[in-house]
Design a protein around this ligand. Sequence first.
Ligand code: ADP
Ligand code: MG
Length: 295
Amino acid sequence: ATPTALMVGTGRGAQLGILIKGPEVLESTRKVDTIVLDKTGTVTTGRMTLLAVHPADGTDEAEVLRLAGALEHASEHPIAQAVAAGATERAGALPAPEDFANVPGLGVQGVVEGHAVLVGREQLLAEWAMELPAGLARAKAEAERAGRTAIAVAWDGEARAVLEVADAVKDTSAEAITRLRALGLTPVLLTGDNEAVARSVAREVGIDAEHVVAEVMPEDKVAVVKRLQGEGRSVAMVGDGVNDAAALAQADLGLAMGTGTDAAIEAGDLTLVRGDLRAAADAIRLARKTLGTIK
Ligand code: ADP
Ligand code: MG
């Protein structure tokens, strides 16, 4: 690129809310042919709401909210914040947990009011040899068919409830994906969330079902990027979470949501300041223009 093109390009980038780490980033931006998108907080707002509580037979809903809410209050995960806020709204003040641990990609576990409590994916319960009774399994399946995330709650060795949370797709995401496709990129949706929710978000924004990679553990997101690179693709990755940092660093081009975590921003080559996915398409178009590969 000529010095003038570089100045115009980076200046226009800043106006569009794109911060670039250095001019060397432009070359990889020009070459990418695949764009991997984290779901929660990137394609969706990441602001979840607690929509419904399904207690098991004989379980008190207020107790579900108090115990699950208390534990989630100690976590920063968007799902945890939704559960804690919904529980406070419906059940009042929450007790402080006596013990608490995050289980990355699965949920939280701890002790509340003397009960050993788990909140998270069904797999978290399975690790403790617990399963959902038929009524709860049905509630979970129905929630997922509706494109919602179902969270299991267990205490003292038994599954006690299913919580339904949902998160809205950003109103700019579908247009962003149309623009990325127009630039010749293949969009891939990558998430730790379940397959049904992932497919419903993909359908809403125009990502092919065959390009949905769901139920991926945080440490495995980087492996998905490596696999695509192994297939000869030049990969851009867009993400916002601590979970995404390694994948952002591995990608040929890492784009961090400016609304996301510091870990993601540090790992990325570019920051999309406003958290608007359309800026990803702007960045790629601008890089090609700056390097003189398009008029
Ligand atoms: P994503 O890749 O979509 O950003 P994560 O890897 O953070 O999602 O989490 C994957 C899944 O693990 C979530 O969809 C949820 O089912 C479960 N999970 C993670 N943390 C929590 C939590 N604090 N409470 C409840 N469920 C959780
Ligand atoms: Mg995320």
